[in-house]
Design a protein around this ligand. Structure first.
Ligand code: ADP
Ligand code: MG
Ligand code: MG
Length: 915
């Protein structure tokens, strides 16, 4: 069996930073720092394998581990010259969790382990401070009771409060040694009443129970939730670090703090952190007293400050990344208790990566790899409109804990925020904008993460820049204003009062997390300015990536945004969105009204002769005129749309898809809408109802849509092709390059494409001759979406008629997996939880199934036509894992929504670097 416990202490260190999987991040780095001669209190780490084995063997601590623990305790006792449970010279330890991936505050820690009444006497004698010794004891009883035995901590807190009232004092520190003795006795009774056992005085029993408690905390609900939210998978458990205690609460020359080697919010290369003198453990993070900024330590203790600065430099040089460290000062001596790669905002992540290249610490490639593509999303979120913000009164200012702008409805409880969002999601129709939430709390705690994750912004009354709310918000990329001391929160009445102004649950407020400002109501937003380091990093990414990145855009405005974000063309322009704008839908509705009649009459006319034919031709005239009129109304409008888009694109290619959705989507379903249409078009409501019914389909997604419309109503396709080409001609005449690509949707059979292609080519030739040209002065590509499985399987036949394929992976997933896009929400989340699918296949491409169809189509298509252009335009085009897949099957480009363009660019670079 493998070694189960690894020692760290000067000259005897067995672990190192490479051993994170086995020792957890904390344990591996404690060992690494010890080896670097950084002052770390010695201890040992129980490996993550033991945690796994503990669960495998029905929650029993393995005998081998207990044996190794004895050896390591002896080693530690020798190193420290103190012994566990020895009244003369007691060794006290902390028992700390720590998994391979950092999960701040999610698992448990027990401090001050090893105390007992006898030890307290010894400590009191040794330090000459009986009050301190008793304070340590009561802290331990409370933590052990809470963490190990599940005694609710408010039971202990109530006892302190009672005692303070009895003594007529305000602060814990006003209680003297005798008071604390009384408190310890009360705690003992509470513990006994709650657990039915006596508080354990044997340090080994305390230790074993605490180790088990840390193992248990691996599966506590908040840790499970944290792993789920952060997509942490494949870890076997937590390690346990048993470490010599050092005391930050030994009077005025002691203290404790946390620091980042650079600013985690902005990325600035400045030492950043907070500390409290005469404080222990989590006092800083818990936001109980407001801490001092780290620079202030220079006044409190210049030597320790200098030492800390040296540690900062050593760590950064060694880890070549920004570090987040915990330290304690015991009577003027500095100890480092933890270091890890610091969590940071995306803004900081980009700046730090670029700065570190300039400082010669890392290479450009490393810098690219350091920034998570998905996290770029944070930089692209809209920010408050400057003018609007300047005009709005600042209600109060807190700490700018996590940047960004957020408006939302006030919620005072995490569960409430979760319920509010869940309820909306359940009722929302696709594409609907959801209302947002601002979570308002006195302070947050790890139980709140679910609610924090769904909130747009977080506002707290207490806590510093390293408080729970601040750290978690930065990690999530959620805007946060922390420690806004002027706000009053009343949880009972669900009110927030700021300088006399009262807000209720559900009222709107706005936060600027970069400035720390709080505003009433909702503010206007704009697209953010991107920073210089962002552009530098992206230019490095662009230089290494092989995939091109296009955008899905339907309007000049979207196109403009996408081009600013680096889009190299349009991969999908959905023309139907244009049909809905303003009153143009009415033209199209008129067309739908007569379309079927026109089609039927024409078919009959072909079969008839003589008088009957003449009668029918007569009958056709009126509907045909309406049909033609609708088309001629739509033509200039569409032409204008395309002109605008081509102008913005300045020669970048644009793939324009012909009409895709089923016709019923364009008709009003509600009585009021039908009445309105009836008045406007001079047809009866009954007639409209009849039309809606006749267009009704049981499976509209598999119904009369896509090229199936263009084949039955070729004039619609012809009109759209004409609009595209005439727009391109206009732009060409303006001296601007154009590259139109006409895309036929929903092809399943090559004949469909052949027909639509003939139609398009005929239209193009007509336009050319109308303009006295032999051929158009620019190239027009005609291609198809591959989104029906049959098309993927017969891609070779289809390729004969296509200049390009664009994989419509939304429909390809729907039809390939057989999951309705509209209803899969009912069971897919459970499928993912059960691990049937690793990810929701509509968000992350199902590489084994849908991806295999795609790969097949790529092979078949290229075999017939090596020059065929290949891209993807489903939602997956902006999802990093799917982008990596597209790179591996060597598509030419991915296309995604404008705000995902930078994500795709960086993801494509990551994929290229992974080769
Ligand atoms: P987390 O992973 O939640 O940060 P830690 O194991 O880091 O939990 O412990 C929380 C805090 O307890 C630390 O930030 C530190 O202040 C305190 N602590 C842990 N071990 C010791 C120790 N050996 N001596 C003094 N304080 C300690
Ligand atoms: Mg910690
Ligand atoms: Mg589709």
């Amino acid at each position: 069996m493998n070694q189960m416990i690894y020692f760290f202490g000067t000259g005897q260190t067995e672990g190192n930073r490479e051993m994170k999987q086995l020792l957890g991040g904390k344990g591996a780095n404690l060992a690494e720092m010890t080896a670097l001669d950084i002052p770390v209190p010695p201890g040992f780490t129980i490996s993550t394998e033991v945690c796994q084995q503990y669960y495998d063997e029905g929650k029993k601590l393995p005998q081998q581990m207990l044996d190794e623990m004895e050896t390591n305790i002896t080693k530690l006792e020798t190193a420290m010259g103190a012994r566990l449970g020895d009244p003369e010279n007691p060794l006290l330890v902390s028992v700390r969790s720590g998994a391979a991936k950092s999960m701040p505050g999610m698992m448990d820690t027990v401090l001050n382990l090893g105390v007992s009444p006898a030890v307290i006497d010894g400590m009191a004698k040794k330090t000459g401070d009986r009050r301190f010794a008793l304070d340590v004891y009561r802290r331990f009883m409370q933590m052990f009771g809470d963490v190990v035995m599940g005694v609710e901590h408010h039971k202990f807190e109530a006892a302190i409060e009672d005692l303070k009232v009895k003594r007529g004092v305000n602060l814990d520190t006003d209680l003297n040694a005798d008071d604390l003795q009384e408190l310890v006795d009360t705690y003992r009774i509470i513990y006994r009443n709650q657990t039915g056992e006596d508080f354990p005085t044997d340090p080994r029993e305390q230790l074993k129970k605490s180790v088990e408690a840390v193992f248990h905390s691996w599966h506590n609900p908040r840790a499970v939730k944290y792993r789920e939210l952060n997509d942490i998978r494949g870890l076997i458990g937590t390690a346990v670090n048993v470490q010599t205690m050092v005391y930050g609460n030994l009077g005025a020359t002691s203290g404790t703090g946390v620091a980042f080697t650079r600013n985690p919010s902005t990325g600035e290369n400045l030492f950043y952190g907070e500390y409290l003198m005469n404080a222990q453990g989590e006092d800083v993070v818990a936001g109980i007293r407001t801490p001092f900024p780290i620079s202030h330590l220079e006044e409190d203790n210049p030597e320790v400050y200098q030492e800390l600065i040296d540690v900062r430099l050593t760590l950064e040089k060694h880890y070549r990344d920004m570090q987040d460290l915990e330290f304690t000062i015991q009577e003027g001596k500095l100890y480092i208790l933890q270091t890890r790669d610091g969590k940071r905002t995306t803004h900081a992540s980009v700046k730090i990566a670029v700065d570190m290249v300039e400082e010669g610490l890392i290479s450009q490639e490393e810098a690219i790899k350091r920034v998570d593509p998905a996290s770029l999303d944070q930089l692209l979120h809209p920010v408050f409109d400057k003018n609007d913000e300047e005009k709005t009164e600042v209600l109060t200012r807190g700490l700018p804990a996590s940047p960004g702008s957020a408006s939302g409805r006030i919620m005072f409880a995490a569960e409430k925020a979760e319920a509010f969002m869940k309820d909306q999601i359940a009722r929302a129709v696709p594409d609907e904008k959801l209302e947002t939430v601002i979570l308002v709390r006195v302070e947050t705690s790890p139980e709140d993460i679910g609610g924090m994750a769904v909130s747009k912004g977080i506002l707290t009354a207490r806590g510093g820049m390293t408080s729970h709310a601040a750290v978690v918000a930065r990690g999530m990329g959620t805007c946060c204003v922390a420690g806004a001391g002027d706000i009053e929160i009343n949880y009972e009445q669900k009110t927030l009062t700021i300088h006399g102004k009262t807000f209720n649950e559900g009222d709107w407020i706005s936060l600027n997390g970069s400035l720390g400002n709080v505003y009433a109501g909702k503010l206007k937003t704009n697209i953010p300015e991107l920073s210089e380091p962002f552009h530098v990093l992206m230019s490095w990414a662009d230089a290494v990536r092989k995939l091109k990145v296009r955008t899905n855009a339907d309007s000049p405005k979207d196109t403009e945004v996408a081009v600013r974000f680096g889009a190299e063309g349009i991969g999908l322009c959905r023309t139907e969105h244009m049909f809905f704008e303003g009153d143009r839908v009415n033209s199209f509705r008129r067309l739908i009204l007569v379309a079927e009649e026109v089609k039927n009459l024409r078919e009959e006319i072909v079969l008839e002769e003589g008088d009957r034919k003449a009668v029918l031709e007569d009958k056709l005239q009126k509907p045909q005129a309406l049909y033609d009129q609708a088309l001629s109304e739509l033509l200039p409008l569409q032409r204008e749309d395309f002109t605008g888009i081509f102008r913005v694109l300045e020669g970048r290619p644009a793939t324009i898809r012909l009409l895709d959705p089923p016709l019923h989507e364009f008709l009003p379903k509600d009585p009021a809408g039908q009445k309105e249409m009836s008045d406007l078009m001079d047809v009866s409501v009954e007639e409209i109802k009849r039309l809606v019914n006749s267009l009704h389909e049981f499976n509209p997604m598999l119904g009369h849509r896509g090229c199936r419309l263009g084949i039955i109503y070729p004039e619609v396709s012809a009109m759209q092709v004409r609009a595209i080409i005439e727009a391109a001609l206009t732009i060409h005449r303006e001296g601007i390059e154009v590259n139109p690509e006409i895309m036929i949707p929903l092809i399943g059979h090559y004949r469909e494409l052949e027909l639509q292609r003939e139609l398009a080519e005929e239209t193009i030739n007509n336009i050319a001759s109308e303009n006295n040209m032999d051929q158009l002065p620019f190239k027009v590509l005609i291609g198809t979406m591959i989104e029906v499985p049959r098309a993927a399987v017969t891609a070779d036949e289809i390729a004969e008629h296509a200049d390009f394929f664009s994989f419509g992976t939304n429909d390809l997933t729907q039809m390939g997996c057989g999951f309705s896009r509209d209803d899969a929400g009912k069971f897919l989340p459970d499928y993912v939880k059960l691990g049937i699918y690793e990810y929701d296949p509509f968000s992350v491409l199902d590489q084994d199934g849908v991806g295999a169809l795609l790969r097949l189509a790529v092979e078949k298509g290229r075999k017939i036509k090596p020059s065929i252009k290949l891209g993807i335009c489903g939602e997956h085009g902006g999802e990093p894992r799917s982008v990596a897949f597209c790179h591996r099957v060597s598509l030419d480009y991915v296309s995604c929504s404008p705000f995902r363009v930078p994500i795709a660019r960086l993801a494509a670079a990551h994929a290229a670097l992974a080769d």
